[in-house]
Design a protein around this ligand. Structure first.
Ligand SMILES: C[S@@+](CC[C@H](N)C(=O)[O-])C[C@H]1O[C@@H](n2cnc3c(N)ncnc32)[C@H](O)[C@@H]1O
Length: 282
């Protein structure tokens, strides 16, 4: 699996380590000022410090290039409807898979969803711990953060088996599947499928492509597969056949946030943002 938390490729990792910021986007500023109560002049320094610590722990492009400051769930076309579901259905569960610092989960809390029905999951406990430092909510947030490997599934026992039993109604899964080659995405997706209640959805954003293919992954020598909507749909058809479930995939490709210019670009001219909704129909 394409882990990056080794120090053997530091030169390569520096490609996606941007200089410290001198401003942040208005959405994350709003979240940090209104949810975390960080005062206006301290927001940027605070974010720079968290980025430095996070990258030292795990040198993902999404950390080095500050993509974790983009509240991707907010940009999803279903955001308002997801928000309404989570607020009005007192048993609805949201799971943020590969949540890293958990920024989208905090936005839902700011927007009125009870934090006890929001769960974060990541293989890297230290990144989720850093989320508490970023949002200053260790003592107030009631969400559970689960350290688990999506590839290990039930072999991990609790808390994974508890998640499967309870099931989730909305899974947010951003910048996650695109980390892996197609065969591993299939294994991961079969695992994710077990976590979704009937009628539930998986939503997210990831690197897609107008020419779907394996491309060099963030760990040197490995690949990851970039989808268009058709290949993503094909993957979930396969997942349905393998797991006795049925899925409908909708999505779109656009150029929002695509970093394919300049010598340090981690994406290429075929790269696009893929926004997707995968609904469990049966
Ligand atoms: C590229 S980051 C995206 C973080 C966040 N979703 C976002 O959009 O900002 C991918 C996250 O997936 C986690 N991850 C990688 N492999 C995983 C696995 N096998 N099981 C669970 N989480 C994993 C990483 O630790 C990391 O936090």
């Amino acid at each position: 699996m394409a882990a990056t938390n080794d120090d053997r490729n530091t030169e390569r990792h520096q490609k996606w380590y941007e200089p410290d910021l001198d401003e942040v986007n208005p959405q994350i500023r709003h979240l940090l000022e209104n949810y975390s109560k960080i005062s206006q002049p301290h927001v940027v320094n605070h974010v720079n410090e968290i980025r430095t610590k996070g990258f030292a722990s795990n040198p993902y492009p999404c950390i080095g290039s500050y993509r974790f400051l983009n509240l991707t769930l907010l940009t999803h076309p279903l955001y308002q409807s997801i928000l309404e579901t989570l607020k009005s259905n007192s048993s609805a569960i949201y799971l943020d898979l590969g949540c890293c610092f958990g920024q989208d989960l905090r936005q839902l809390v700011l927007d009125g969803v009870p934090s006890s029905r929001l769960i974060g999951l990541d293989i890297e406990g230290p990144l989720m711990d850093l989320g508490y430092d970023m949002f200053l909510d260790k003592d107030t947030l009631e969400s559970k953060f689960v350290v688990a490997d999506i590839f290990k599934g039930e072999l991990q026992g609790e808390p994974w088996t508890g998640l499967v039993e309870r099931g989730a109604d909305v899974i947010h899964c951003s910048a996650f599947f695109h980390l892996f080659p197609l065969e591993e995405q299939f294994e991961a997706a079969k695992s994710v499928a077990k976590l979704v209640n009937k009628g539930g959805i998986i939503v997210g954003r990831q690197s897609g492509s107008v020419k779907p293919a394996e491309v060099p992954a963030i760990k040197a020598g490995t690949t990851s597969f970039r989808h268009d909507v058709n290949t993503l749909s094909g993957l979930w058809d396969k997942v349905g056949t393998a797991t006795g479930t049925k899925w409908k995939v909708e999505g779109s490709l656009d150029e929002v946030g695509v970093q394919n210019k300049g010598k340090n670009a981690v994406e290429d001219e075929n790269s696009r943002r893929l926004l997707f909704t995968i609904k469990r129909e049966d």
